[in-house]
Design a protein around this ligand. Structure first.
Ligand code: IMP
Ligand code: MG
Length: 176
């Protein structure tokens, strides 16, 4: 099977929306410092673009998780591949995700992080597919709600490819 990628959200549109969300975050965290947590690898591009536009002081940390189960369906049990370098105690923590799909990964991850006593814990995602939700998760900032399509680009991959595309595209599978 070969695949083609069709542009769905062009770079300018994504960046404009990220600027809006950054403005909102800067207002909400006025007078505070926000500790951004990037969930590798998909969220890297989004976090960089967002962080550059936030005007309150920002610190960052990175973690890598993998979901037990097969590639297409997350089980909701998250294995920490790379943990955070710093404790969350007393910090205003904002988790940055590329996409919320079933919600399983995020609800599990937020539960783990909440036990580390952050002062506050919120979630910001580039994309959300609300139709696909299986586990309830409260998303504080969403750049785009999208339909139930498989998307790549802006950090998101298909079999580790396409993360570097500057836009969000829909993968179209075609039979050879
Ligand atoms: P959830 O536990 O089902 O919410 O899993 C979310 C994770 O699945 C995301 O962090 C992505 O790694 C992956 N994922 C879900 N939908 C897509 C998609 O359309 N393209 C690329 N990765 C996706
Ligand atoms: Mg992810």
């Amino acid at each position: 099977m070969k695949e083609k990628v069709r542009i769905f959200l062009p770079e300018e549109k994504v960046n404009a929306r990220i600027a809006e969300i950054a403005k909102q975050i800067s207002a909400d965290y006025a007078g505070k410092e926000v500790h951004l947590i990037c969930v590798l690898k998909g969220s890297v591009f989004f976090m960089c673009e967002l962080a550059k536009r936030i005007t309150v002081p920002v610190t960052m940390d990175f973690m890598s998780v993998s979901s037990y189960g097969n590639d297409t369906k997350s089980s909701g049990v998250v294995k920490i591949i790379k943990d955070l370098d710093e404790p969350l105690e007393g910090k205003d923590v904002l988790v940055i995700e590329d996409i919320v799909d079933s919600g399983r990964t995020l609800s599990y991850l937020l539960d783990i992080l909440s036990h580390r006593n952050p002062k506050s814990l919120r979630l910001c995602t580039l994309l959300d597919k609300p139709e696909r939700r299986v586990t309830q998760v409260s998303v504080d900032y969403t750049c785009f709600n999208i339909p139930d399509e498989f998307v790549v680009g802006y950090g998101l991959d298909y079999a580790q490819k396409y993360r570097n595309l500057p836009f969000v595209g829909i993968v179209e599978f075609e039979n050879e």
